[in-house]
Ligand binder design. Structure first.
Ligand code: AMP
Ligand code: MG
Length: 339
């Protein structure tokens, strides 16, 4: 298929994107978290095509993106009190909330679950496209299933050229990791995926928030989870990745002791010059926000480098660091060394 490449800065670009979506097509769009592969959330056929274009397992539900609170009423059957408060504080922004779905949401969109994931993005291009389309957009990350989430137009072109009707360039994603996901559909709020809106911030608003054990740990074979996406080995680079939990000095010492051809370090900016192997950095040790912004690009660079073995320095597991850790431990297939 021919893929129309658009630039959000060009006149008429968001109109062209909205037109494709109205015709039931797919467009990769920029959001503040990562790029999303969008389709009309109410069009079962269009949503089915998202799964095909990405090679995504059919039991992994899509996030539905809205551009105003009226659209929320169309998508969910009830809005829990906690969701109202969180929406007030964190929408538009990188927070996805799970609620009971309305009848308008097709089963394919929610992967047959009685609930739906909803987000109100803050990215002006994403919002403009939803507004012009006039319906909510189902949009998972715009990567091929299994590869790192795309944080730039170039990442989307690399993965989806010839597989979707359009890709629109809106610059690099500023957050860099996918949205925080919290379920408000059960009795107690549960954090299903950590992101830029932190667990600490959610606790401040809601009081007790449970953390799904899939956030930090590997699932058992066949284990049932609240968030189906968490059971897949995401973001798997071609190289074998080991996550090292250690102080900066101990990490540098360990990697230098294990230096040989094909070994790479995925490290913090401050460590690169102390290491005797090839390095790819993913931000300052002292900024979890920078780490989130750069982690997926760093994983793609590692993939293209031909690295065979990667020692990744683990981020802290507090604040936004928990989101970075959650992605990296999956990239490492849960192979962790604690020094
Ligand atoms: P992606 O859009 O690629 O970031 O993936 C969407 C994530 O949202 C996946 O991990 C899904 O498991 C999760 N998700 C979407 N809808 C639901 C839902 N109704 N209940 C639980 N998790 C969901
Ligand atoms: Mg994804």
């Amino acid at each position: 298929m021919e893929t129309l490449l658009l630039n959000a800065k060009d006149k008429g670009a968001t109109d062209a994107a909205a037109k494709i979506l109205k015709n039931g097509g797919l467009v990769a769009i920029p959001t503040e978290t990562v790029y999303g592969l969008a389709a009309n959330a109410f069009d079962a056929k269009a949503c089915e095509n998202i799964f095909i274009a990405k090679g995504r397992p059919g039991d992994n539900p899509l996030i539905v993106h809205i551009s105003d609170m009226e659209m929320l009423n169309e998508v969910v059957s009830e809005i829990p009190e906690g969701a109202k408060i969180l929406a007030e504080k964190y929408w538009p922004g990188p927070l996805t909330m799970i609620m009971k779905k309305s009848e308008k949401v097709p089963d394919v969109t929610s992967a047959n679950l009685p609930t739906v994931a909803v987000r109100f993005p803050s990215h002006p291009v994403a919002r403009e496209i939803i507004e012009k389309a006039g319906f909510p957009l189902a949009a998972p990350s715009a990567n091929l299933s299994g590869s790192p989430s795309p944080t730039s137009f170039e990442h989307c072109v690399h993965d989806l050229m010839g597989r979707v009707e359009g890709i629109i360039d809106g610059g690099a994603s500023s957050v860099g990791v996918e949205s925080t996901i919290i379920s408000l559909a059960g009795e107690k709020p549960v954090l299903l995926r950590p992101g830029y809106v932190t667990l600490e911030q959610l606790q401040e608003v809601l009081g007790e928030v449970m953390v799904s054990h899939a956030v930090l740990e590997k699932l058992e074979e066949g284990e049932k989870v609240l968030s189906p996406g968490m059971k897949y080995k995401h973001y798997a680079p071609k190289a074998q990745v080991t996550l090292i939990k250690a102080s900066s000095d101990d990490y540098v010492k360990y990697v230098n002791e294990h230096a040989k051809d094909g070994v790479y370090a995925l490290c913090f900016d401050e460590e690169a010059e102390k290491l005797s192997v090839s390095t790819v950095t993913y931000g300052s040790e002292f900024s979890d926000e920078q780490q989130a912004e750069h982690i997926f690009d760093a994983l793609r660079i590692i993939d293209e480098s031909g690295a065979e073995k990667v020692f990744a320095h683990s981020p802290k597991v507090t604040g936004v660091g928990l989101a970075v850790y959650n992605r990296l431990i999956r990239a490492a297939g849960f192979d962790v060394i604690e020094l």
